[in-house]
Design a protein around this ligand. Structure first.
Ligand code: S3P
Length: 266
Protein backbone atom coordinates (compact mmCIF):
# COMPACT_ATOMS: atom_id res chain seq x y z
CA UNK A 1 0.00 0.00 0.00
CA UNK A 2 1.48 3.34 -0.96
CA UNK A 3 1.49 6.46 1.18
CA UNK A 4 -1.64 7.96 -0.46
CA UNK A 5 -3.67 4.79 -0.01
CA UNK A 6 -2.71 4.72 3.67
CA UNK A 7 -3.94 8.27 4.15
CA UNK A 8 -7.18 7.46 2.33
CA UNK A 9 -7.68 4.50 4.58
CA UNK A 10 -7.40 6.78 7.63
CA UNK A 11 -9.97 9.11 6.09
CA UNK A 12 -12.29 6.11 5.67
CA UNK A 13 -11.90 5.31 9.37
CA UNK A 14 -12.81 8.94 10.21
CA UNK A 15 -15.91 8.64 7.99
CA UNK A 16 -16.99 5.53 9.88
CA UNK A 17 -16.67 7.40 13.17
CA UNK A 18 -18.63 10.37 11.77
CA UNK A 19 -21.39 8.05 10.51
CA UNK A 20 -21.66 6.34 13.90
CA UNK A 21 -21.68 9.66 15.77
CA UNK A 22 -24.31 11.17 13.45
CA UNK A 23 -26.54 8.11 13.68
CA UNK A 24 -26.27 8.20 17.48
CA UNK A 25 -27.04 11.95 17.44
CA UNK A 26 -30.16 11.40 15.29
CA UNK A 27 -31.44 8.77 17.72
CA UNK A 28 -31.11 11.34 20.52
CA UNK A 29 -33.08 13.81 18.40
CA UNK A 30 -35.87 11.23 18.15
CA UNK A 31 -35.71 10.75 21.91
CA UNK A 32 -36.04 14.51 22.45
CA UNK A 33 -39.15 14.55 20.25
CA UNK A 34 -40.74 11.61 22.06
CA UNK A 35 -40.04 13.30 25.39
CA UNK A 36 -41.48 16.63 24.24
CA UNK A 37 -44.53 14.91 22.76
CA UNK A 38 -45.17 12.98 25.95
CA UNK A 39 -44.67 15.95 28.28
CA UNK A 40 -46.30 18.64 26.13
CA UNK A 41 -43.16 20.82 25.95
CA UNK A 42 -43.20 23.00 22.79
CA UNK A 43 -41.65 21.04 19.94
CA UNK A 44 -39.80 23.87 18.24
CA UNK A 45 -37.38 25.73 20.46
CA UNK A 46 -35.41 27.91 18.12
CA UNK A 47 -33.57 29.55 21.03
CA UNK A 48 -32.12 26.11 21.79
CA UNK A 49 -30.60 25.98 18.29
CA UNK A 50 -29.04 29.37 18.93
CA UNK A 51 -27.61 28.16 22.27
CA UNK A 52 -26.12 25.14 20.53
CA UNK A 53 -24.48 27.29 17.87
CA UNK A 54 -23.00 29.59 20.55
CA UNK A 55 -21.65 26.55 22.37
CA UNK A 56 -20.10 25.16 19.18
CA UNK A 57 -18.48 28.50 18.40
CA UNK A 58 -16.91 28.48 21.85
CA UNK A 59 -15.68 24.92 21.46
CA UNK A 60 -14.20 25.67 18.06
CA UNK A 61 -12.72 29.08 18.87
CA UNK A 62 -9.13 27.79 18.72
CA UNK A 63 -9.76 25.29 15.95
CA UNK A 64 -7.98 25.73 12.64
CA UNK A 65 -11.15 24.54 10.82
CA UNK A 66 -13.68 26.55 12.81
CA UNK A 67 -15.48 28.01 9.78
CA UNK A 68 -15.70 24.72 7.89
CA UNK A 69 -16.86 22.71 10.88
CA UNK A 70 -19.50 25.30 11.80
CA UNK A 71 -20.74 25.11 8.22
CA UNK A 72 -21.11 21.32 8.53
CA UNK A 73 -23.03 21.75 11.77
CA UNK A 74 -25.56 23.96 9.97
CA UNK A 75 -26.44 20.93 7.82
CA UNK A 76 -26.48 18.65 10.83
CA UNK A 77 -29.04 20.91 12.52
CA UNK A 78 -31.07 21.27 9.34
CA UNK A 79 -31.23 17.51 9.05
CA UNK A 80 -32.08 17.14 12.72
CA UNK A 81 -35.13 19.24 12.00
CA UNK A 82 -35.96 16.86 9.17
CA UNK A 83 -35.65 13.82 11.46
CA UNK A 84 -37.80 15.65 13.99
CA UNK A 85 -40.52 16.36 11.42
CA UNK A 86 -40.41 12.79 10.11
CA UNK A 87 -41.06 11.38 13.54
CA UNK A 88 -43.87 13.90 14.08
CA UNK A 89 -45.62 14.12 10.74
CA UNK A 90 -45.33 11.09 8.55
CA UNK A 91 -47.96 12.46 6.17
CA UNK A 92 -48.85 15.52 4.09
CA UNK A 93 -50.20 18.67 5.69
CA UNK A 94 -52.84 20.40 3.56
CA UNK A 95 -53.39 24.08 4.27
CA UNK A 96 -56.86 25.16 3.18
CA UNK A 97 -58.75 28.41 3.55
CA UNK A 98 -60.05 31.36 1.61
CA UNK A 99 -57.84 33.33 -0.78
CA UNK A 100 -55.58 35.52 1.32
CA UNK A 101 -55.92 33.41 4.46
CA UNK A 102 -52.12 33.12 4.50
CA UNK A 103 -51.65 29.58 3.14
CA UNK A 104 -48.58 30.37 1.01
CA UNK A 105 -46.79 32.39 3.69
CA UNK A 106 -47.53 29.85 6.39
CA UNK A 107 -46.45 26.98 4.12
CA UNK A 108 -43.09 28.55 3.45
CA UNK A 109 -42.45 29.21 7.16
CA UNK A 110 -43.51 25.67 8.08
CA UNK A 111 -41.16 24.40 5.40
CA UNK A 112 -38.30 26.32 6.97
CA UNK A 113 -39.11 25.25 10.51
CA UNK A 114 -39.68 21.58 9.71
CA UNK A 115 -37.49 21.02 6.66
CA UNK A 116 -40.47 19.39 4.94
CA UNK A 117 -41.19 19.67 1.22
CA UNK A 118 -43.51 22.41 0.03
CA UNK A 119 -46.08 22.21 -2.74
CA UNK A 120 -47.98 25.23 -4.07
CA UNK A 121 -50.98 23.63 -5.75
CA UNK A 122 -51.76 26.61 -7.99
CA UNK A 123 -48.13 26.81 -9.05
CA UNK A 124 -47.97 23.10 -9.83
CA UNK A 125 -51.05 23.44 -12.01
CA UNK A 126 -49.70 26.56 -13.73
CA UNK A 127 -46.38 24.85 -14.48
CA UNK A 128 -48.06 21.73 -15.84
CA UNK A 129 -50.53 23.63 -18.02
CA UNK A 130 -48.08 26.31 -19.08
CA UNK A 131 -50.83 28.87 -18.41
CA UNK A 132 -51.69 31.20 -15.53
CA UNK A 133 -54.73 30.46 -13.32
CA UNK A 134 -56.56 33.40 -14.92
CA UNK A 135 -55.79 32.07 -18.41
CA UNK A 136 -57.08 28.59 -17.46
CA UNK A 137 -60.33 30.11 -16.13
CA UNK A 138 -60.75 32.31 -19.23
CA UNK A 139 -59.99 29.60 -21.74
CA UNK A 140 -61.46 26.43 -20.20
CA UNK A 141 -63.68 27.62 -17.35
CA UNK A 142 -63.80 26.96 -13.61
CA UNK A 143 -64.95 23.32 -13.79
CA UNK A 144 -61.85 22.41 -15.80
CA UNK A 145 -59.62 24.14 -13.23
CA UNK A 146 -61.36 22.19 -10.43
CA UNK A 147 -60.54 18.93 -12.27
CA UNK A 148 -56.90 19.94 -12.38
CA UNK A 149 -57.01 20.58 -8.63
CA UNK A 150 -58.49 17.14 -7.96
CA UNK A 151 -55.84 15.48 -10.14
CA UNK A 152 -53.13 17.29 -8.25
CA UNK A 153 -54.51 16.01 -4.90
CA UNK A 154 -54.65 12.45 -6.25
CA UNK A 155 -51.01 12.73 -7.33
CA UNK A 156 -50.06 13.94 -3.86
CA UNK A 157 -51.31 10.72 -2.31
CA UNK A 158 -48.06 9.20 -3.59
CA UNK A 159 -45.92 11.85 -1.94
CA UNK A 160 -45.06 12.22 1.71
CA UNK A 161 -44.09 14.95 4.10
CA UNK A 162 -45.30 17.79 1.94
CA UNK A 163 -46.75 21.03 3.22
CA UNK A 164 -49.37 21.67 0.59
CA UNK A 165 -50.72 25.15 0.11
CA UNK A 166 -54.08 24.45 -1.56
CA UNK A 167 -56.05 26.74 -3.82
CA UNK A 168 -58.82 28.48 -1.88
CA UNK A 169 -61.57 26.64 -3.75
CA UNK A 170 -60.30 23.11 -3.24
CA UNK A 171 -63.16 22.34 -0.84
CA UNK A 172 -65.72 22.95 -3.59
CA UNK A 173 -65.39 19.35 -4.79
CA UNK A 174 -66.65 16.86 -2.24
CA UNK A 175 -64.21 14.14 -3.36
CA UNK A 176 -61.25 16.35 -2.57
CA UNK A 177 -61.70 15.86 1.18
CA UNK A 178 -61.11 12.13 0.76
CA UNK A 179 -58.12 12.75 -1.52
CA UNK A 180 -56.50 14.92 1.14
CA UNK A 181 -57.34 12.72 4.11
CA UNK A 182 -56.08 9.55 2.42
CA UNK A 183 -52.55 10.56 3.27
CA UNK A 184 -52.70 13.75 5.27
CA UNK A 185 -54.22 16.14 7.75
CA UNK A 186 -56.22 19.20 6.75
CA UNK A 187 -55.52 22.52 8.44
CA UNK A 188 -57.99 25.38 7.96
CA UNK A 189 -56.55 28.90 8.16
CA UNK A 190 -59.18 31.52 8.92
CA UNK A 191 -59.12 35.28 8.41
CA UNK A 192 -61.68 38.11 8.50
CA UNK A 193 -62.89 39.52 5.16
CA UNK A 194 -61.17 42.86 5.86
CA UNK A 195 -57.84 41.10 6.51
CA UNK A 196 -58.34 39.03 3.36
CA UNK A 197 -59.00 42.11 1.24
CA UNK A 198 -55.90 43.79 2.60
CA UNK A 199 -53.79 40.77 1.63
CA UNK A 200 -55.20 40.21 -1.88
CA UNK A 201 -56.12 43.69 -3.09
CA UNK A 202 -53.03 44.16 -5.31
CA UNK A 203 -53.19 40.76 -6.99
CA UNK A 204 -54.75 40.14 -10.41
CA UNK A 205 -54.06 36.41 -10.25
CA UNK A 206 -57.38 35.56 -8.59
CA UNK A 207 -59.97 35.45 -11.35
CA UNK A 208 -62.89 35.12 -8.93
CA UNK A 209 -61.98 38.45 -7.36
CA UNK A 210 -60.81 40.33 -10.41
CA UNK A 211 -63.91 42.51 -10.67
CA UNK A 212 -65.04 41.95 -7.11
CA UNK A 213 -62.25 43.32 -5.00
CA UNK A 214 -64.33 44.44 -2.01
CA UNK A 215 -65.25 43.28 1.49
CA UNK A 216 -68.92 42.66 0.58
CA UNK A 217 -68.11 40.19 -2.19
CA UNK A 218 -65.43 38.45 -0.12
CA UNK A 219 -67.86 38.15 2.83
CA UNK A 220 -70.61 36.67 0.68
CA UNK A 221 -68.32 34.12 -1.02
CA UNK A 222 -66.84 33.25 2.37
CA UNK A 223 -70.38 32.72 3.77
CA UNK A 224 -71.11 30.30 0.94
CA UNK A 225 -67.94 28.32 1.60
CA UNK A 226 -67.63 28.51 5.39
CA UNK A 227 -69.42 25.24 6.11
CA UNK A 228 -67.40 23.37 3.48
CA UNK A 229 -64.12 24.57 4.95
CA UNK A 230 -65.17 23.53 8.44
CA UNK A 231 -66.44 20.14 7.36
CA UNK A 232 -63.13 19.20 5.75
CA UNK A 233 -60.77 20.59 8.41
CA UNK A 234 -59.06 18.38 10.98
CA UNK A 235 -57.83 21.45 12.80
CA UNK A 236 -58.71 25.16 12.61
CA UNK A 237 -56.36 28.10 13.22
CA UNK A 238 -57.41 31.77 13.32
CA UNK A 239 -54.77 33.99 11.72
CA UNK A 240 -56.04 37.51 12.50
CA UNK A 241 -53.68 39.47 14.72
CA UNK A 242 -51.14 36.65 14.99
CA UNK A 243 -47.56 36.53 13.75
CA UNK A 244 -46.51 33.84 11.26
CA UNK A 245 -44.40 32.31 13.99
CA UNK A 246 -47.38 32.05 16.35
CA UNK A 247 -49.57 30.60 13.61
CA UNK A 248 -46.99 27.92 12.74
CA UNK A 249 -46.40 26.96 16.37
CA UNK A 250 -50.16 26.69 16.88
CA UNK A 251 -50.53 24.46 13.80
CA UNK A 252 -47.76 22.14 15.00
CA UNK A 253 -49.15 21.94 18.54
CA UNK A 254 -52.69 21.27 17.28
CA UNK A 255 -51.56 18.59 14.81
CA UNK A 256 -49.71 16.77 17.59
CA UNK A 257 -52.74 17.02 19.86
CA UNK A 258 -54.97 15.75 17.06
CA UNK A 259 -52.66 12.77 16.40
CA UNK A 260 -52.38 11.98 20.12
CA UNK A 261 -56.17 11.94 20.42
CA UNK A 262 -56.49 9.69 17.39
CA UNK A 263 -53.92 7.32 18.81
CA UNK A 264 -55.73 7.24 22.16
CA UNK A 265 -59.00 6.42 20.42
CA UNK A 266 -57.55 3.45 18.54
C1 S3P B 1 -59.48 30.13 -5.83
C2 S3P B 1 -58.35 30.43 -5.11
C3 S3P B 1 -57.03 30.65 -5.71
C4 S3P B 1 -56.93 29.91 -7.06
C5 S3P B 1 -58.09 30.23 -7.92
C6 S3P B 1 -59.45 29.91 -7.31
C7 S3P B 1 -60.78 29.98 -5.13
O1 S3P B 1 -56.02 30.18 -4.84
O2 S3P B 1 -56.87 28.52 -6.88
O3 S3P B 1 -58.01 31.60 -8.24
O4 S3P B 1 -61.73 29.47 -5.73
O5 S3P B 1 -60.85 30.36 -3.94
P1 S3P B 1 -55.52 31.00 -3.51
O6 S3P B 1 -56.48 30.70 -2.42
O7 S3P B 1 -54.19 30.42 -3.21
O8 S3P B 1 -55.47 32.42 -3.88
Amino acid sequence: MNQLEKIREKIGVCDDKIIDALAERMVYIQEVISYKKATGIPILQEDQEKKQTDMLEKKLAENEFEEEILDIFKYIMKNSRRVQAKSLFDYNVFLIGFMGAGKTTVASELQRKLEMNRVEMDQRIVEKQGMSVSEIFDEYGEAYFRNLESNCLIELQHEKQCIVSCGGGVVMRDDNAAHMKANGRVVLLKADPATILERVKDSDERPLLNNNMNVEFISSLLDKRREKYRAVADIVVETDGKSIDEICDEIIAKLIEYDNNREAEQ
